[in-house]
Design a protein around this ligand. Structure first.
Ligand SMILES: Cc1cc2nc3c(=O)[nH]c(=O)nc-3n(C[C@H](O)[C@H](O)[C@H](O)COP(=O)(O)O)c2cc1C
Length: 203
């Protein structure tokens, strides 16, 4: 991984026990630089995504990827909620994820399709981190706009939109985002999320 910037150091996760560095280093910025992302790096990011585990190895994920200035980027951007448009405009790459809703081997509903798309997306973000890139997921977008813009078939659902690129200058962000961009990250303690019986901490 390339040298962390001072902001990456602020965002670095503080954990009581050691965890693989890439997990601690990933964070979701809102300010991206205009440095372009190479095709090789995009290939690495989506290769990492494609090696996620999935139920029946269905690989229900699909991604639509656009670069700033092209039609795909603009369609994804146009589907974003205004609040997200306020910062995602600086992202050199936008991508959207989709889930195939049924299993190919028998046509039955795949109840974990969204889960598996999330796993693939997490892989993509971690690979991006290794490459010195950053990602930022977005739930704030219009599924209808995205579906229409890409003529997404009935059997697929939009899941999330993502910004990808190199870290930019937080000073360039709209005022409402600046404070969040500079704050250290926080997480719930393990006792609140890992149980031996419901709400009884396991660890
Ligand atoms: C699926 C998903 C949807 C998200 N939606 C939004 C969003 O619409 N707008 C936004 O600013 N951040 C969004 N986020 C970013 C989260 O707020 C962020 O991941 C969380 O605060 C933890 O911060 P970290 O990723 O820097 O650890 C989303 C993240 C994910 C994974």
């Amino acid at each position: 991984m390339p040298e962390p910037t001072p902001l990456d150091q602020t965002k670095y996760a503080q954990t009581a026990i050691p965890v693989e560095a890439v997990m601690l280093r990933r964070w979701s910025p809102r300010a991206f630089s205009d440095r372009p992302v190479s095709e090789d790096d995009l290939r690495s990011v989506f290769t990492a995504a494609s090696w996620a585990a999935s139920s029946y190895n269905e690989q229900p994920w699909r991604f639509v990827v656009g670069r700033k200035g092209d039609e795909t980027w603009t369609k994804i951007f146009d589907s974003l909620a205004p609040l997200n448009q306020g910062w995602a405009n600086s992202a050199p790459v936008l991508y959207a994820s989709f889930a195939k809703k049924t299993f190919t081997h028998n046509g039955s509903p795949n109840g974990v399709a969204m889960h598996d798309v999330g796993a693939a997306s997490a892989n993509a973000s971690l690979e991006a981190t290794v490459l010195g890139l950053h990602t930022h997921g977005m739930a704030g977008f219009s599924k209808e706009k995205l579906r229409e813009a890409f003529a997404v078939p009935e059997g697929f659902d939009p899941v999330a939109c993502w910004a990808l690129g190199y870290l930019g200058d937080p000073g360039a962000l709209p005022e409402n985002f600046k404070e969040m961009e500079l704050k250290p990250r926080i997480r719930k303690p393990l006792g609140e999320v890992v149980f031996s019986s419901w709400e009884k901490p396991a660890l």
